[in-house]
Write a protein that binds this ligand. Structure first.
Ligand code: DLZ
Length: 206
């Protein structure tokens, strides 16, 4: 049945060629963990390979924009360094030399995953309103920061920041059974799907 809320009829995108980053805050861990699971499941359901999902954590939501920015920049650097490393290796092979003294960044990483820059990054945080103005400041700064990073870097940053009035509302939006107003829907799942859709579309918008 069609509903008013949510991203509309689901369309599936093939995420098998994508590399996706997730950065999550640790405040309100129970809700965060459920949202993270929902996001990971949606990525896997769209074909994103486990080895191409990189997860980092930060203390609180306020740290998310900086972490996303550095994570993306370092993935670009790693990709460039490895590309340069292959060229140096090929040139050294041609000259009959050795690459064993090259800086470690130019060597193949231990992971079997892709070394391409991230196609999308999901930022996950849960802000629960307290009695002071902290909530408003952090919510505003984090939202603005995440938007700025995605436009400056040209990489989709999925807005996985829940801003709720009570813990109960947070639990409900993470699909945790028994929470008030819970329809079983996990918003993390929408964020995983959004990352795949934007990651795939961005390749065509390059
Ligand atoms: C300080 C703070 C407060 C009051 N509430 C939350 C919250 O509900 N969710 C969250 O993710 N982080 C919270 N923080 C921590 C800040 O985001 C940040 O980690 C600290 O101010 C250190 O920069």
């Amino acid at each position: 049945m069609a509903t008013l809320k949510g991203p509309g009829a689901p369309k599936s995108y093939d995420g098998s060629g994508l590399r996706v980053g997730i950065v999550h805050a640790r405040w309100n861990t129970k809700i965060i963990n459920a949202l993270l699971s929902g996001a990971k499941k949606a990525l896997a359901d769209s074909g994103v390979k486990e080895e191409n999902i990189v997860i980092q954590s930060v203390p609180g939501s306020y740290e998310l924009p900086f972490a996303v920015q550095r994570m993306y920049a370092s993935s670009q650097l790693q990709s460039t360094a490895l590309g340069a490393g292959s060229l140096v290796s090929a040139a050294t092979d041609l000259l009959g030399g050795s690459t064993s003294d090259l800086p470690s960044l130019t060597k193949e990483p231990a992971s079997k995953g892709s070394t391409a820059p991230f196609d999308a990054i999901i930022a996950i945080g849960v802000l629960i309103k307290g009695e002071t103005m902290h909530f408003e400041y952090i919510a505003d700064a984090t939202s603005q920061g995440l938007m700025r990073v995605q436009l400056d870097a040209g990489v989709p940053v999925v807005f996985g920041l829940l801003t709720v009035l009570t813990e109960e509302q947070g639990l409900a939006r993470a699909g945790i059974a028994g929470a008030g107003g819970n329809d079983g829907h996990n918003h993390g799942s929408d964020w995983g799907s959004a990352a795949v859709e934007l990651g795939v579309k961005r390749k065509g918008w390059a």
